[in-house]
Design a protein around this ligand. Structure first.
Ligand SMILES: N[C@@H](CCC(=O)N[C@@H](CS)C(=O)NCC(=O)O)C(=O)O
Length: 218
């Protein structure tokens, strides 16, 4: 069955892989599931045809026959449940890997998104300079906790899982800020994720759109 995801026609990051279709592409590459990509403009994302797929008018979406999904957590979990390779077989280990997916999205990503908001949307406000260090420290607090848990391990809980895929994807958004490099073990963890062949393929496929040379994905 053909799988189709949506991605930005023009990614605001110019192909740095920070748009959220990259994590879905990565999951599909990890499980070797072929997929198509439909590119959408910012305007089309807010029109009825796309809103029928995604109530908030965002990307990515995921279509598989009659099934339409939005939210990268739900999409990656669905892919991981339907294919081998992203979740452990052992039920308890599987539940823990899913916990890490939620931790990435619910506990680590929010302060990172706040930083993007503080810089891009609120940077010109009179109070922006006072707020920024507070936001940065909330991120550092989370990263201290995360690096304490990771310790010297390669991945968060045994073998690489969808939990790592999501955590690495979320942490990647921090790289431009320089904060990630304050935590060498987490920077190395992210680099291990990026070195995976499936990540490379996902990254290159999304970058090709911005460079005007779309590669056929999957
Ligand atoms: N929580 C959603 C967030 C989706 C999201 O923010 N998508 C961004 C691209 S990375 C988007 O479509 N932004 C354009 C907009 O919100 O208008 C998910 O994980 O899928």
């Amino acid at each position: 069955m053909t799988l189709t995801i949506t991605a930005f026609e023009r990614s605001p990051d110019g192909g740095k892989g920070l748009s959220r279709d990259t994590r879905v592409r990565w999951a599909l590459e990890e499980v070797a599931a072929p997929y198509d990509v439909r590119l959408v403009s910012f305007q089309a994302m807010k029109e009825p045809a796309h809103l029928a797929l995604h109530p908030f008018g965002q990307i990515p979406t995921y279509e598989e026959g009659d099934l339409v999904l939005f939210e990268t957590g739900a999409i990656v979990l669905h892919i991981a449940e339907r294919h081998r390779g992203l979740l452990p077989e052992d039920p308890n280990a599987r539940a823990r890997a899913i916990s890490w997916m939620f931790a990435a999205l619910n506990t680590v990503e929010p302060p990172i998104l706040e930083l993007v908001t503080a810089k891009l949307l609120e940077g010109d406000k009179p109070w922006a300079k006072e707020r920024l260090p507070l936001v940065q420290d909330r991120i550092r607090n989370r990263l201290h906790q995360l690096s304490a848990r990771l310790g010297d391990a390669e991945w968060l809980d045994g073998a690489f899982s969808a939990g790592d895929l999501m955590m690495v994807s979320v942490l990647l958004r921090l790289r431009p800020s320089g904060i990630l490099n304050e935590f060498p073990s987490l920077a190395a963890y992210v680099a291990r994720g990026e070195a995976r062949p499936a990540y490379r393929r996902a990254f290159e496929a999304q970058a090709a759109i911005s460079s005007g040379k779309p590669a056929s994905p999957g």
